[in-house]
Write a protein that binds this ligand. Structure first.
Ligand code: FA5
Length: 361
């Protein structure tokens, strides 16, 4: 039995030395020292020994137990030390190290374009005014010489603000002329509002959100326009042309060409549309022999312009005999798309919020 105990001691101490991880060590401890473990099973035989031998073997068994327990304790300590060391390594934190720099974004490129537009017109003495983007039909249409039922009103495919369905009997609108509210389909609502509010002469730039029921490669339902209005004595088409040329040269560069194309707007007379040579196909209308997807003909329309119609001057309380003026309204996104190097073939890309695209600007 002493030999058995001796062997148990040697086996246990060797097994303990081979182990490094604490959970396995505990399993081994139970295997040797547990109530049903190897030591207990040898000691079960103790009562069968003669009294003399029993005492001696009992004493020896205690020594073996102490030696094995000591081996386990030391192994436990060693395993703990290893675990502590690896935790210190993995959880180490240098609180003096500089922090990770947060990514700093930038203004959306449409906002950047609006700032650039404003800056250019400011140099010509224009100042920015702000007018509502939820507007009475009066300022969006009637006062601009576009009466109800006129086909031109359909061209804008306007979003109308619903009357209050909870209180249909409550008159939401003041009179027939203000019979509807719209999301402004163009910034031209600023024309009569500005005349009503400001002293003459006027040199205003209104940059605002505008809305139409349109969505395709050159149209989005929410876009921006910048509207210029100049009213003074003796204003002519030459002033209009000079102003727009100044803008085009500063915004697009001297190598791009613009053209005035006769057009019809109810609120200007004469009226024009302004086109610029397309940046995608460089004014050729074709790319690699195929029709340019963006402009189809080498030119892209940027916006409208013209001399303010006498009826509109009158609607704003300005005497058309004494004063004249010009107005223009261009799409910001369309203008931006035509800037050299921007290379946006589809206007909708601007509002997809794809950071891979936006981060380039
Ligand atoms: C007008 O909106 C007139 N109010 C412009 C004007 C102002 C004429 C002052 C005379 C005097 P038009 O509907 O053509 O005109 O729109 C002007 C420009 O807005 C277009 O040339 C285009 O650049 C831009 N635009 C129009 N609809 C959209 C749209 N859905 N998405 C993006 N841009 C658009």
């Amino acid at each position: 039995m002493k030999t058995q105990l001796e062997k148990l001691k040697d086996d246990a101490i060797t097994a303990v030395k081979d182990l490094v991880s604490s959970p396995k060590l505990e399993e081994l401890r139970i295997e040797y020292l547990g109530r049903k473990g190897k030591l207990a099973s040898i000691l079960k035989e103790l009562p069968t020994l003669a009294v003399e031998t029993r005492k001696e073997v009992g004493q020896f068994a205690n020594e073996v137990k102490s030696a094995v327990e000591l081996a386990f304790m030391e192994a436990e300590k060693a395993a703990q030390a290893i675990e502590n060391e690896s935790r210190i390594k993995s959880e180490w934190l240098d609180i003096t190290a500089p922090g990770a720099e947060p990514e700093i974004g930038h203004l959306h490129l449409v906002t950047q374009a609006m700032e650039e537009v404003l800056h250019i017109f400011t140099r010509l003495g224009f100042s920015r005014s702000r007018h509502p983007e939820v507007e009475w039909g009066h300022y969006a249409f009637e006062a601009l010489n576009v009466p109800k039922g006129h086909p031109a009103r359909d061209e804008w495919e306007t979003f109308f603000i619903a009357k209050d369905p909870e209180n249909p009997e409550v008159a939401m609108y003041e009179d027939d002329n203000m019979a509807e509210m719209v999301l402004t389909p163009h910034t031209s609502n600023a024309q009569v509002r500005e005349m009503e509010q400001s002293e003459l002469p006027i040199r205003m730039i209104n940059i605002n959100r505008t809305y139409r029921r349109q969505s395709d490669i050159t149209h989005v339902p929410m876009f921006h326009q910048f509207e210029g209005l100049v009213i003074d004595k003796g204003i002519t088409i030459a002033d209009l042309k000079g102003t727009l040329d100044f803008f085009a040269q500063n915004f697009f560069g001297a190598d791009r060409k613009t053209r005035l194309r006769p057009h019809h707007f109810r609120f200007t007379e004469p009226s024009f549309e302004i086109d610029i040579t397309c940046d995608q196909c460089k004014g050729e209308g074709k790319i690699d022999g195929l029709k340019c997807r963006t402009c189809k003909e080498g030119w892209l329309e940027l916006g409208g312009a013209g001399m303010v119609h006498p009826n509109v001057l009158q609607a704003g309380g300005v005497d058309p005999e004494e004063y004249s003026g010009f107005a223009f309204g261009w799409g910001v996104e369309r203008t931006l798309m035509m800037k050299s190097g921007i290379n946006v073939g589809d206007i909708r890309v601007l509002y997809k919020n794809d950071l891979r695209f936006l981060k380039q600007f």
